[in-house]
Design a protein around this ligand. Structure first.
Ligand code: SAH
Length: 268
């Protein structure tokens, strides 16, 4: 990656109030806002972190967007999973380069992008054709080719089954993940990890019951609370407002059914 901006790069322009504007640089491009115009030519060839001025004198800092910023700025159809939860999902699912993931439902593709950027090979199942198309477009337009080419979305109902085999991870963001547990048992090999993101605790209870009656073990449920701080001079304290709730994360590992030899079997 060059440190200089080039045509075709996605750039985030931050104004003095830290409002974010995502632009794609083009040789003849112009960024219009209520505080004037910035010609893309002012940015092309300049290093990241540059400050430019609009025709009306407004200052914008130009940076390449982070994954969090892309997720929050990208076009969305379905509700996306927020960055604080995306980070936790990558750890809970133990995502690394080359790991084979089945993800359902795909929605706008925010979680897909996080999995892909961490190096996973992702097959996404999505019921709705419009969301599948949205997610495919977001991944193709917002991620580097090296990550985007590891993604495939299929219009499928995951409750009906998983056609892939030898899967390492099953990552779920849909209303009834317990219906996927039996399919995950056969699609994954032992040691595989299932992760489900759920907004309400009733859903979590139902999933945990199904997991308890399955070949999965080591189930855990967590929620991620993130509190930002206000840091200004001597006023250093938590911000007044925080996102109180997004969803619960449940993860479990596929175990091998215990083999009973005659010696270890309990007496009849
Ligand atoms: N995690 C996504 C958002 C997913 S929203 C993101 O971060 O962008 C939930 C999605 O699950 C919706 O798009 C919905 O259409 C899809 N869905 C619901 N039930 C499904 C099923 N049985 N099979 C596949 N997709 C399903």
């Amino acid at each position: 990656m060059s440190d200089r901006f080039a045509a075709g790069d996605r750039v985030l322009l931050l104004d003095s109030k830290r409002r974010r504007h995502l632009v794609t640089l083009a040789d003849e491009g112009r960024f219009h806002s209520h505080s004037g115009i910035v010609d893309h030519a002012q940015l092309i060839g300049r290093p990241e972190g540059t400050t430019v001025r609009s025709t009306a004198g407004a200052r914008y800092v130009a940076l390449r967007p982070t994954l969090s910023e892309l997720v929050l700025e990208m076009p969305r159809g379905a509700q996306v999973i927020y960055p604080k939860d995306l980070g936790a999902i990558l750890m809970a699912a133990d995502i690394f380069a080359g790991v084979k993931v089945v993800e359902a439902g795909v929605g706008s593709g925010a979680l897909s992008m996080a999995l892909l950027r961490a190096g996973a090979d992702v097959v996404g199942y999505e019921l709705r054709p419009d969301f599948a198309a949205r997610a495919a477009a977001n991944v193709a337009q917002l991620l580097d080719r090296q990550h985007a080419r590891r993604f495939r979305v299929e219009e499928r109902d995951v409750y009906e089954g998983i056609v892939e085999s030898g899967v390492d991870r099953v990552v779920l963001d849909l209303p009834e993940p317990w219906r996927v547990v039996p399919h995950a048992e056969t699609a994954m090999h032992p040691g595989g990890i299932l992760v489900a993101y759920l907004p309400t605790i009733g859903q979590v209870t139902q999933l945990r019951q199904t997991l308890a009656d399955s070949a999965f073990g080591l189930a855990e449920t967590v929620e991620v609370l993130q509190r930002t701080w206000h840091v200004e001079g001597r006023s250093v304290r938590p911000d007044h407002r925080m996102v109180g709730h997004t969803g619960f994360l449940t993860h479990a590992r596929l175990l091998l059914a215990e083999e009973r030899s005659d010696e270890t079997a309990p007496p009849a």
